[in-house]
Design a protein. Structure first.
Length: 227
């Protein structure tokens, strides 16, 4: 088993061990593949009481292969790499010390993508405040005819120009692709943007704030050839 030693990066074990259970596993033969992660997004949550930052999570992105990599802890720290076009996940054991981070390839799985065409149970209204600020109101339908609805959550998304587009909101009821497409339709066409900050407030609950930091990355992970 090969071992890759990289320069230090902050790895956050933010995904629970149940993540692998989300997929239907199939056996398959894997060809050699190399992934290069050129961007990362680190999210931090601001405490509503004192604005103290708390780590929320970090995701790495291979923009060439439409791939991302996150971390989870099922007793030992692991990285799971999602190759979206191929419907494949690659799992690495991760070892950290003061000087470096080591990725040891563990295994790969084929998964079945969820292509279900269930109707969206939510009504989402996006209002443009200005070119970099958007209000997102999410309602849930409360009857089968979808004639009645009640608000579940409101978010204020604050955008900034970026070389890497990132529109994910880490909260329930927020379909990322739909939100991205709607916001992009209302934005200037000559630049890329990411959600820098989002203030989320659930109805009847306290609000919280997430801050995203987009950074360039330089991690290369080869996948061993399997017969």
């Amino acid at each position: 088993m090969s071992e890759i030693v990289l320069s230090p990066v902050i790895l956050l074990s933010v995904l629970k061990k149940s993540i692998i259970a989300l997929f239907t596993i199939l056996t398959y033969h894997l060809s050699a593949q190399t992934y290069h992660f050129d961007y990362s997004v680190e999210s931090k949550m601001l405490s509503p009481s004192d604005d103290k930052e708390m780590n929320w999570g970090k995701i790495f992105f291979d923009t060439k292969n439409n791939t991302n990599m996150s971390f989870f802890d099922d007793g030992t720290l692991k990285a799971i790499l999602f190759d979206v076009p191929r419907n494949i996940t690659h799992v690495f054991n991760v070892e950290e010390d003061r000087n470096n981070t080591k990725f040891k390839y563990s295994h790969s799985n084929k998964y079945v993508a969820d292509n279900s065409s269930e109707e969206n149970p939510y009504f989402i209204n996006i209002t443009k405040i200005n070119d970099t600020n958007f209000k997102i109101d999410v309602y849930i339908y409360i009857n089968s005819k979808k004639t009645k609805k009640k608000k579940k959550v409101t978010a204020i998304a604050i955008l900034e120009k970026s070389e890497f587009e990132y529109f994910t909101i880490h909260a329930d009821f927020f379909p990322s692709n739909y939100i991205k497409n709607r916001i992009v339709e209302m934005m200037p066409k000559d630049s890329k943007y990411c959600i820098k900050k989002v203030i989320v407030e659930y109805v009847g609950s306290k609000e919280y704030t997430l801050v995203n930091e987009v950074q360039t990355s330089n991690i290369t992970l080869p996948i061993p050839t399997q017969n």
